[in-house]
Design a protein around this ligand. Sequence first.
Ligand code: NAP
Length: 282
Amino acid sequence: MTVLVTGARGNIGSRVVTRLQAVGQQIRATARDLATLSVPEGVETARLDLTGEDPTAFTEALKDVDTVFLYATRASAAPFLKAAHAAGVRHVVFLSSPASYEAAEFRGPIGRIHRAAEQDLAASGLDHTILYPSWLATNARRDWGAAIRARQPVELPYPAAQCVPIHPDDVAEVAVDLLLPDNATHRGRMQVLTGPASMRLDEAVAAIGAELGRPIPVREISREAALARREPWMAAEILESLLDSAAAAVGRPAPITNTVERITGRPARPLRTWAAENRADF
Ligand SMILES: NC(=O)c1ccc[n+]([C@@H]2O[C@H](COP(=O)([O-])OP(=O)(O)OC[C@H]3O[C@@H](n4cnc5c(N)ncnc54)[C@H](OP(=O)(O)O)[C@@H]3O)[C@@H](O)[C@H]2O)c1
């Protein structure tokens, strides 16, 4: 049987593909545009837009599929989930976000998108597990990479906001455990995944600097300045929501769970491990 990996180009999706292949699992890796997708040799690919309206694409992508790794989408993926149920999919592992339930983002767009996707999944009748990872370490590259590379200060509107960086490999390894056929021990529940330590955002910057062997200056900026410097690829309402969440996390250490160790048998990796592996990006 095949594991269908949606978003196989994504930070987590690509790692899920690599790990499934390493254990000899049959995989179908999908992307909306196959020209953007590069997969390890031997991995089957298929074009798939989860919010598309092409039932043939769903049928082809779902042929012989036992389990699905699913990303959240802005529009509803309900027709795809219906097709997955009809195709006999036995389990879905959904990458959600704590924004789905945390007060600061509950009513914001990130909360709404993930909650709507969870409701679609519940309504589909598909057996599923929801993953709630904490602050992805890859955010550091997305949000601070350009400044660090340019040897400029990292500008933070809420430097004292607490986050729990989680290594994307830890998220992928948990997902793979849940996706493997007949490996049902941890399925069917919500799994809240965190890294090993809560830290302030400026401490996360410092941890990357320690790994690079040079201090990275941080400059506190106002919320208004952060909004004015919004990158074009980030919708204004998403940035507003992220800022609300950071504001709510100031001085509040975030909870730590043992989920990564409980499921993978290994402790969650610290941020410095991710930084060491990704030095070239900084
Ligand atoms: N950032 C955080 O701190 C954080 C914390 C908790 C949870 N999360 C969750 O994790 C996600 C980010 O994970 P990531 O870094 O691995 O994401 P990523 O690298 O940005 O990849 C997102 C993937 O989603 C796929 N996708 C989006 N819309 C789709 C659609 N309509 N049909 C099919 N595929 C679609 C994309 O597929 P294509 O290749 O076709 O574009 C892409 O590969 C967030 O969106 C959120 O749901 C994030």
